[in-house]
Design a protein around this ligand. Sequence first.
Ligand code: MTE
Length: 306
Amino acid sequence: MSRRNPFRLRYSDVTPRSVYLHRRSFIAGALGALPSGKAAAGPKLAGAIKSAYSTSEKQTPWETITTYNNFYEFGTGKGEPAVYAREFKTNPWAVKIEGDAGKPVTIDLDRLMKLAPLEERIYRFRCVEGWSMVVPWIGFPLSELLKVAEPTSKAKYVALESYYNERQMPRGRYAGIPLPYVEGLRMDEAMHPLTILAVGLYGELMPNQNGAPVRLIVPWKYGFKSIKSIVKIRFQERMPPTTWNIANAREYGFYSNVNPKVDHPRWSQAKERRLGEFFKRDTLLFNGYGEHVAAMYAGMDLKKFY
Ligand code: MTE
């Protein structure tokens, strides 16, 4: 890679916030309370580059983003992942890239963190359930990772798979969806500059409940496309199966682009509730990212987008 990466950060150099907070409360417990009012600063993914793709909208608070989650491997309740993913072991970690690739490769976390300059991407995030938030992710374009494996001309789609281990995720058995969680993108969607791999949020390493250590973010699609805790990526010719489509094909399709005019079979998608707000707002076509992504779907029937 010709571009110099200024963030020569090893994953092992930084301490996850949860570990840090445990340590801090341990120290506080041992030494008495910390000086009041002024909390010690947490470890940061410092120096992330600001992005022109970021929105200036009000960001959803850290507490909300990290306690209102969908991560069925750790329970189906919104508050469960924050509790039951606490001990989730995300280091060591590796992502395997295989399939129609010139250079199939397995990349460990230290290498992944240094693959490209880390950027802050403040994105709107819209769940198919009808709620939304604004999240300052830290990450880099998925294309930077995919390029390493040199996809061949046969690669029309990218299939992604989450980590799954019943010992670490005993609630997965009651998730009601097949696990491991799998997702997929068309090649052009995967290579699109808005599509990122996120390794953190609010300048902190990714909290376990939000998909540590690395998860996908596709801001113009419903949140379920943004697969968490990725361990495998596969280039392939055929459209890959996706978890929610396997679970309920009538309600969840492959494309799942945010669209106020295509209702979920059981509820309207015309409005959404921004977490923390009382009044609903209008849902935006492509979640407001149409100027960047609409061309990819030219000629496709928008009504068949689910
Ligand atoms: N990835 C995995 N592995 N398991 C999941 O249950 N839930 C999806 C998506 N990625 C999910 C997942 C859904 S439905 C949404 S809305 C988002 O993650 C939620 O991300 P958040 O908890 O960071 O808000």
